[in-house]
Write a protein that binds this ligand. Structure first.
Ligand SMILES: NC(=O)c1ccc[n+]([C@@H]2O[C@H](COP(=O)([O-])OP(=O)(O)OC[C@H]3O[C@@H](n4cnc5c(N)ncnc54)[C@H](O)[C@@H]3O)[C@@H](O)[C@H]2O)c1
Ligand SMILES: [Zn+2]
Length: 365
């Protein structure tokens, strides 16, 4: 088993464990009992995940239908809204959840974000635990304490920081995850390796086939490495004042592409394209060796991730779409560029017009 301890510096006593181990779910109930003590734990599941894992949950003695401690919600991006928070909060009140209660989130990133936000504001804050079940949630969203919901006018516009009490990651949950969703998580893995670890990058190149074939020890190693890198970044900058911005690698162009597609483009696919765009711009600026950009394209292809931009999105459209993004700070575009595998630079002095030509060259014919 790998155990990482994430210490959030602003409040030193608030550190928590991130555990990664195949089969960990078997130890979650006792671990929860030991950690939560007197807290009554309310388990909130993505109902689709519940449908797939109900039998296992029963065997493990977790709360099931009919129990006050078992709640379901539709863990989709469309339902990641205040309405879900209100409905779940009402259900918690009806079940007598009080200030001594804790929440357990079982599902992907949507579930973690919604349950985390609910935990942050329910009775002005109760503890919560994360049991992430998608690759994206296991390598990215469950670590770092960002929680929130969407508005009709944009994603993740309401939210707050609320760190979980623990993150328990069982890669066995991925056995039921569709390949399309698995790939979305892989885009974040590639991003994480590119920004933070040459070792992880080499491992991905070496073990790509085993990873795609479902080798659980390879997957565990990869998840642990990603959590370690994210935890290091978050520990240095919980509230995204500086260092945490490196996590935006590939996301500046990625978010613009998602928005331009009306969110028809999947997030991970958009991030993969955004990573390639960032690498190509870095090559053009003489900051990155071309061979690295080629390795990135190759790795994305191995993982089934797109490396060309949609023909419909022109460089001019994308650069225009960047303007309404959070990455513009005081009128300046913040852009994270790779400088070698495992290292990035945060630039605010770049000319978006140059990016336009880079993007146009990356469009599919
Ligand atoms: N808080 C953060 O720091 C952070 C970081 C990145 C992304 N996010 C958020 O995470 C969300 C995306 O997360 P996601 O990709 O996990 O999406 P998701 O939670 O919507 O899950 C994707 C799909 O997989 C299904 N699913 C989940 N686990 C499964 C399993 N084990 N087997 C089969 N199906 C399963 C879900 O029902 C859903 O249909 C977005 O809302 C994004 O804003 C948050
Ligand atoms: Zn992302």
């Amino acid at each position: 088993m790998s155990t990482l301890v994430l210490k959030v510096p602003a409040v030193p006593e608030r550190s928590y464990e991130i555990q990664v181990e195949p089969g960990l779910m078997e130890r979650v109930a006792p671990a929860l009992a030991a950690d939560a003590g007197e807290h009554a734990c309310y388990w909130i599941w993505d109902q689709a995940v519940w449908g797939l894992w109900r039998e296992t949950a029963m065997k493990l003695g977790w709360p099931v239908e009919g129990s006050r401690r078992h709640l379901l919600f539709e863990g989709t991006e469309q339902k990641k809204r205040l309405a879900a928070i209100e409905r779940l909060a009402t259900a918690l009140v009806e079940r007598n959840a009080d200030r001594g209660s804790a929440l357990v989130a079982v599902g992907g990133g949507v579930t973690g974000d919604v349950v985390g936000f609910l935990a942050a504001i329910y009775l002005r804050g109760v503890p919560f635990y994360q049991l992430p079940t998608t690759l994206l949630a296991q390598v990215d969203s469950s670590v770092g304490g960002k929680t929130g919901v969407d508005l009709a006018v944009g994603k993740n516009l309401l939210g707050c920081f609320h760190q979980p009490r623990a993150v328990w990651i069982d890669p066995n949950f991925l056995t039921t995850l569709p390949l399309r969703e698995f790939r979305q998580g892989l885009a974040e893995v590639v991003k994480t390796a590119l920004l933070g670890s040459e070792d992880l990058w080499d491992f991905l190149e070496r073990e790509a086939d085993a990873l795609m074939a479902g080798d659980v020890s390879v997957r565990s190693h990869m998840i642990t490495a990603c959590c370690r890198i994210k935890a290091e970044v978050v520990a240095a900058d919980e509230r995204e004042a500086g260092r945490r911005r490196v996590l935006n690698l590939g996301h500046t162009v990625g978010h613009a592409l998602e928005r331009l597609s009306g969110y028809a483009l999947a997030h991970g696919d958009a991030v993969a394209m955004g990573l390639v765009a960032a690498a190509e711009w870095a090559v053009k600026l003489g900051l990155l060796e071309r061979s690295v950009a080629l390795r990135l394209i190759e790795l994305c292809r191995t993982f089934g991730l797109p490396t060309q931009l949609p023909a419909a999105a022109s460089g001019a459209d994308i650069v225009e779409a960047l303007r309404s993004d959070k990455k513009y700070v005081a009128g300046r575009l913040h852009f994270i560029l790779p400088v070698r595998i495992g290292q990035v630079t945060d630039r605010t002095d770049l000319d978006p017009a140059q990016l336009r030509t880079v993007l146009d060259r990356l469009r599919a014919a």
